[in-house]
Design a protein around this ligand. Structure first.
Ligand SMILES: [Zn+2]
Ligand SMILES: [Zn+2]
Length: 154
């Protein structure tokens, strides 16, 4: 005669709830994840029949396979946002009449690498530039007069 204990086998089943991109603390970069929910089942002859409620949600990195608490999803994915901030600030400086040479020096003083400085200046200044005929300073195309000598820009 079968007893209840002999036919019931506790198993854990997983259900994928959602997928997306997150910052994996193990890979230390942006990765794809699956948000999964674990469910306990009692299995009758290994056929799952009764879900026993949530055993919790967790996040799995699809690259390294590490499981994390769902809180891992609140870690911001690192982007080039800091660079965007430099571009906005440099552009505001250039629009207010600062010569490109000065804006470049200001960025160098912040400790940015020369490559990044040129990237920021390139984006902030744009392709059209003006220059002062008297002292060869260069400006964003929105600037009309040289901040140094007051000469109209070419
Ligand atoms: Zn990972
Ligand atoms: Zn000038």
């Amino acid at each position: 005669m079968l007893t209840t204990e002999s036919v019931r086998v506790s198993k854990v089943r997983y259900k994928t709830i959602s997928t997306g991109q997150f910052y994996c603390p193990q890979c230390k970069t942006q990765r794809a994840y699956e948000l999964r929910k674990a469910r306990n089942y009692f299995a009758l002859y290994f056929i799952p029949i009764i879900p026993l409620g949530d055993a919790g949600e967790f996040v799995t990195c699809l690259t390294c396979g590490t499981n994390f608490q769902t809180e891992v999803l609140s870690i911001p994915i690192p982007t080039n946002a800091p660079l965007d901030r430099f571009v906005r600030e440099a552009q505001a400086d250039l629009d207010s009449g600062t010569p490109i040479e000065m804006a470049r020096q200001k960025l160098i003083n912040t400790g940015l690498s020369r490559d990044l400085v040129e990237q920021v200046i390139g984006q902030a200044a744009g392709p059209d530039r003006k220059h002062c005929p008297a002292d060869a300073l260069t400006y964003r195309s929105t600037v009309r007069r040289c901040a140094q000598c007051g000469a109209p820009l070419m």
